[in-house]
Design a protein around this ligand. Structure first.
Ligand code: FAD
Length: 507
């Protein structure tokens, strides 16, 4: 069997895998990047990007619907899903092309197409090729879970199929009130569907501060959605006419599609991980803070590492591992410093600890401040409501948590002038403009970057290539190693941009 040797072999080219590969290439390391499907993984093809495109369409529909209130005489005649899909797929295609260009331009990265398997602690086998590396990085991501007795197919779908809807459903039942569930519920409602959200926990977005959940539930009800919390599904069925969802207590819901959004499981089965001795916990790969697995020389990044399943965390993981292997001694990625944004209407953004988590750590000393956005000028202009809540570790202690909810809030909080949470994105640093913790010891102060700003691969391979060869003048001060000087060439291949524009919908 032919064997090729690299510094790093990366299994999976989603956010975690490709970020690791590109950063490693910037640092002069050789990489084999193994992907069985499309470079970009879930976020680009079935996650962040297509859902945010749908949510933008939803916002446009709401703007048209509410336009008269602002003195604009437009009207909403309907939502054409074929055209929505063309728009969404176009966005994905352009970003995909840009990302392919970036990978191609990275001289020391070989993209290996095929299904890989970890066959030894330093080897990934793809077809008849053996790829060996000083380090192997596991980055195989996650999949949409379902409930034990709920079969996916036909009218019962996960987010993967819901991204390809050919028409707006009359009544959509959304099973799961986490981030993915509430984002889809929000978009489908804006498209004109009746929406019922069923959540087994006692509130929507249960990973957020309880006050945020209350605001979201209130807003959803005001938008005409039905919310059933604290109730489990006991059975589902479907036929040509629609779906039936049976709930604990005997209630039955009828609709024409059921979206199952009950979380994402790690993609670790059947890939040789356990055979090689990689320790798993309920399928997730356990790591130390430097993302080292139980097997020497094997690291893991992204969704398969327990913690928040977010693309920018995956990026940060990938960049961290590349820098660690290059000897740059980056600071570990701390999950509590990874901001979370839910692009529903209202939008939610948070970073740090909830009040409860802070109290568990600092007790009664913890103080909170809540600012109601009702009195905020921009909120009055937009006709929106919401709040910002700050959690301090003590009366004079630092802010350890920020929780925000309001329509269009995430976008507004991205403005450089808004607060320390809205610091401008430095053009030269991909991970410091993603919501990530500090990356190197020399810049070890938490920066609380903008929760709404994200780095996306540029859609233009030609300009990406130009940036790869033209180091920005401002980038030379940070680190002075030769590796970093090489690194600076590529940093601008990512671009900061704010997320969606503010929603005009009133509450
Ligand atoms: C609907 C939805 C919306 C989302 N919205 C957001 C958002 O707004 N913001 C955000 O930050 N995050 C969002 N996410 C989460 C984000 O998509 C993930 O956190 C991110 O994609 C994880 O990256 P990853 O590299 O760990 O895994 P993935 O992106 O899943 O990549 C893993 C890659 O590995 C490949 N692979 C798997 N097994 C093998 C194998 N054996 N051989 C070769 N290749 C293999 C897969 O094909 C895939 O390309 C969303 C997710 C979903 C589903």
């Amino acid at each position: 069997m032919p064997t090729s040797t690299y510094d790093i072999v990366i299994l999976g080219a989603g956010s975690g895998g490709y970020a690791c590969a590109l950063r490693a290439a910037q640092l002069g390391l050789t990489v084999a990047l193994v992907e069985e499907d499309k470079v970009g993984g879930t976020c680009l093809h079935r996650g962040c990007i297509p859902t945010k495109a749908l949510l933008h369409t939803a916002e446009v529909a709401d703007m048209a619907r509410d336009s008269e209130r602002y003195g604009v005489l437009a009207s909403l005649e309907g939502v054409d899903m074929a055209k929505v899909n063309t728009y969404k797929d176009g966005v994905v295609a352009r970003l995909y092309k840009g990302l392919q260009g970036l990978v191609k331009a990275a001289d020391t990265v070989e993209l290996v197409t095929g299904t890989g398997r970890l066959t030894a602690k330093d080897t990934v086998t793809v077809g008849d090729r053996e790829l060996t590396g000083r380090t192997v990085v596991l980055a195989t991501g996650s999949y949409a879970k379902t409930l034990p007795d709920v079969q996916i197919g036909g009218r019962i779908m996960t987010s993967d199929q819901a991204l390809q809807l050919e028409e707006v459903p009359r009544h959509a039942i959304v099973l799961g009130g986490g981030v993915i569930g509430v984002e889809f519920a929000s978009a489908l409602r804006s498209f004109g569907a009746e929406v019922t959200v069923v959540e087994a926990m006692d509130r929507l977005v249960a990973m957020e501060d309880p006050a945020v959940s209350t605001t979201v539930e209130r807003a959803y009800k005001k938008r005409g959605m039905k919310i059933r919390t604290g109730v489990k599904v006991t059975g589902t069925s479907q036929d040509d006419q629609g779906v039936r969802v049976e709930l604990e207590g005997g209630d039955v819901l009828e609709g024409d599609l059921l979206l199952v959004a009950v979380g994402r499981g790690p993609r670790t089965e059947g890939m040789g991980y356990e055979e090689v001795g990689v320790e798993l916990d309920r399928g997730f790969v356990t790591t130390d803070e430097r993302l080292r697995t139980s097997v020497e020389g094997v690291r893991a990044v992204g969704d398969l590492v327990p913690g928040p399943q977010l693309a920018h965390r995956g990026f940060a993981h990938g960049i961290f591992v590349a820098e660690d292997l290059a000897g740059l001694e980056p600071a570990p990625v701390e999950d509590s410093l990874v901001p979370k944004v839910t692009y529903s209407d209202p939008e939610i953004a948070s970073v740090g600890l909830s009040e409860q988590q802070a109290r568990e750590r600092w007790g009664e000393e913890v103080s909170t401040y809540e600012y109601n956005l009702g009195g905020n000028g921009k909120s009055q202009i937009l006709g929106t409501a919401g709040f910002v809540k700050l959690v301090r570790s003590g009366p004079d202690g630092p802010v350890v948590g920020v929780h925000m909810v309001a329509p269009g809030w995430a976008s507004r909080s991205a403005r450089p002038s808004s607060s320390s949470a809205g610091r401008p994105c430095p053009r030269t640093s991909p991970s410091s403009c993603t919501p990530t913790p500090p990356r190197t010891r020399r810049s070890a102060r938490p920066t609380w970057p903008s929760p709404a700003s994200r780095c996306t691969p540029t859609a233009d391979p030609a300009s990406a290539k130009a940036r790869l060869t033209r180091p920005p003048a401002s980038s030379h001060r940070r680190l002075q190693t030769p590796a970093t000087r090489r690194d600076n060439r590529c940093r601008n291949a990512y671009r900061c941009r704010p997320s969606v524009s503010p929603s005009p919908r009133g509450q």
